[in-house]
Ligand binder design. Structure first.
Ligand code: G6P
Length: 611
């Protein structure tokens, strides 16, 4: 979703900003723009890719040591040149970029129109900008003061960068609900929505908090709250290398990230999962073990792929810890006035740590006294900071929009959590605890085995790429895997795909089955195996085409299926970490075969920072 980059210092701002915007492309966007100050404001913006903005700006005055740049993901108004950011205020002096949504923009816009303001775009951003201009004019105050007054009146989420053509020494920034990171260099500062545009220049960063305003000059950074009180910037060192956000020889980030999973799962388990010592070392859990093991119930709140990880965690926690679990879509949880009691444990699962629906859901649950445990990938992100405790998934930056390695990282963390709580609670035996730990420790090598030769999956993708619909079926732990397989295919190949519990299929979706419908069964050897064999037969009896994910050595499912993708054997609790891999690859290869941009699928965004 919208990406923000700003620069002030001794370098030329334009190339720094352009490169930064390219690094943020993965978030998803439809237009881009830059504002620079050099004898006045120079604003260049364009619908389309950053490269198109670059082409359109050739020959223009791009010289400046201060600038702000933006990639826009349309919310108010269609993707177009005029709706692209930066926006310029009516008096032509201020330029602003914004990530988020101003919910009460309509009455403010009307107020301004009544005063004679003219709007050149359909955006809420332009309303906020002219509102700031109007406050500054009426109150004869500084821009910073006008911004503070405006922010107190608006409802919604924002990360904004604001520049004034009369002050080429300052960028003013503010955030609430949308991320902002400031990189600290020598005589220069970098501002961005996440660390990826900053990492090649400096590793020292400040994560700006909600309701803070940053006054950024080349050699000074002042943070204030909305009450105009100075705040101490907390400098963090980025634990991330440039290589982690580059393709490293792969055709796509998605393929790179799928292939990284043996290492990322290993990194997630490293130092935590210690089967030889019979120990799971997770500080976030240890220090809150009483609250966790005595929780009357656990609520899991997430969106998208993370929600699927939550469904698998529900099975894990109920089985191993005997604690009732409910899994909620964050967007529904937030608005349906849920029952949340003091002492309820909420597990928030999020790759980006910035998903607005999840963030807002957590804020309201926290106010009601719930204990929030974050399972997050992006270090220092908003959800990580809002949580009372948590565990990072340590998958490294995930650039491909469709989540892959973050998902398996989430499963690894959630499995360790369930094991640790279950053992502390006495709801699993020591033998089962050790056996499952050993099983989990073996997962990275088994993932490597699946990734060794993917030519069969490529062939299957080629064979079915022109299908119009797919059904994905699974039972037990593999049911959420089926949902995830369907989501991946939809995201990457734009083929309609539905995930369903295999047994439920006979209550509706079976009506769709004919010789043209590929049905993917996630049918590994587990306690549901006999049952799923019957479900496969039901599809075959209706001439459906069956593609199965099956366990190595199995002969029954492969004997019935049209095509098979094998995975190594594993306990059913950890099996999803393996069975999802062929499905990630299947959607990747179908998307590539259809010629789509698999890293940046249409209409999707990596970090969904609007509700
Ligand atoms: C977007 C992404 C998905 C992701 C979902 C939740 O829709 O495209 O890949 O699963 O957001 O994101 P989160 O960062 O909270 O896990």
């Amino acid at each position: 979703m919208c990406g923000i980059v700003g620069y002030i210092g001794h370098r030329e701002a334009y190339p720094v900003i352009l490169k930064g915007l390219k690094r943020l492309e993965y978030r998803g966007y439809d237009s881009a723009g830059v504002a620079l100050i050099n004898n006045g404001l120079n604003v260049y913006k364009k619908k389309g890719k950053v490269a198109e903005l670059e082409e359109a700006s050739v020959g223009k005055d791009l010289h400046s040591n201060i600038g702000i740049g933006h990639t826009r993901w349309a919310t108010h108004g269609e993707p177009s040149d005029r709706n692209a950011h930066p926006h310029v205020s009516n008096n032509g002096e201020l330029a602003m970029i914004h990530n988020g949504i101003i919910e009460n923009y309509a009455p403010i816009k009307q107020e301004l129109i009544n005063k004679g303001y003219i709007f050149k775009s359909d955006t809420d951003t332009e309303v906020l900008l002219n509102f700031i201009e109007d406050i500054q004019k009426n109150n004869q105050c500084s821009l910073e003061e006008a911004l503070r007054i405006a922010l107190k009146r608006i409802v919604g989420a924002y990360c904004i960068l604001l520049i004034d053509k009369n002050d080429p020494e300052t960028i003013i920034a503010a955030r609430k609900g949308s991320p902002l990171v400031i990189g600290i260099g020598k005589g220069e500062h970098f501002l961005a929505s996440d660390a990826s545009p900053i990492i090649e220049y400096t590793k020292e960063v400040v994560y700006v908090n909600d309701y803070e305003i940053a006054i950024v000059k080349a050699d000074e950074l002042i943070l204030k709250n909305l009450g105009n009180e100075k705040q101490t910037p907390f400098i963090t060192k980025l634990d991330m290398e440039l290589a982690a956000i580059e393709k490293g020889g792969y055709d796509h980030f998605m393929l790179k990230e799928i292939n990284e999973q043996p290492e990322t799962i290993h990194d997630c388990l490293r130092g935590r999962l210690l089967p030889d010592a019979g120990l799971i070392a997770m500080g976030g859990i240890e220090s809150h073990i009483e609250a966790l093991k005595n929780a009357p119930r656990i609520l899991i709140v997430a969106c998208g792929t993370s929600w699927h990880a939550g469904l698998i965690a529900e099975y894990m926690i109920e089985e191993l810890c005997r604690i009732p679990v409910e899994v909620e879509y964050a967007s529904e949880f937030r608005y349906r006035n849920p029952v949340v009691h003091k002492g309820d444990v909420i597990i928030a699962i999020s790759q980006s740590g910035e998903t607005a629906d999840t963030l807002v859901a957590l804020e309201s649950a926290k106010e009601k006294g719930a204990f929030i445990f974050g399972v997050v990938n992006a270090v220092g992100s908003s959800i990580a900071r809002l949580s009372h405790a948590g565990a990072y998934t340590h998958a490294g930056p995930e650039i491909g929009v469709a989540s892959t390695k973050a998902f398996t990282g989430q499963l690894a963390v959630l499995a360790m959590m369930a094991l640790k709580i279950g053992y502390a609670k006495g709801t699993i035996t020591y033998e089962r605890y050790i056996q499952l730990m050993q099983d989990l420790a073996a997962i990275p090598d088994k993932v490597k085995e699946i990734l060794q030769d993917t030519s069969n999956i490529q062939r299957i993708a080629e064979k079915y790429k022109d299908a119009h619909d797919f059904l994905f079926l699974g039972r037990g732990y593999n049911f959420p895997v089926a949902l995830e397989g369907a989501l991946k295919l939809k995201e990457i190949s734009y083929i309609h795909a539905e995930g369903y519990p295999a047994a439920e299929m006979k209550h509706g979706p079976i009506a769709l089955v004919d010789e043209n419908l590929p049905v993917v069964f996630v049918a590994t050897k587990d306690s549901y195996y006999e049952k799923i064999v019957s479900n496969v037969q039901e599809i075959k009896a209706r001439k459906g085409k069956v593609i199965a994910v099956a366990t190595h050595g199995d002969t029954i499912i492969p004997g019935m299926a049209d095509d098979v993708m094998f995975v190594p054997d594993a306990d059913e609790i950890t099996a999803p970490l393996l069975s999802v891999i062929p499905l990630q690859l299947l959607s990747y290869y179908v998307g590539v075969a259809k010629g789509y941009d698999v890293d940046k699928p249409r209409n999707l965004a990596k970090s969904v920072t609007v509700e």
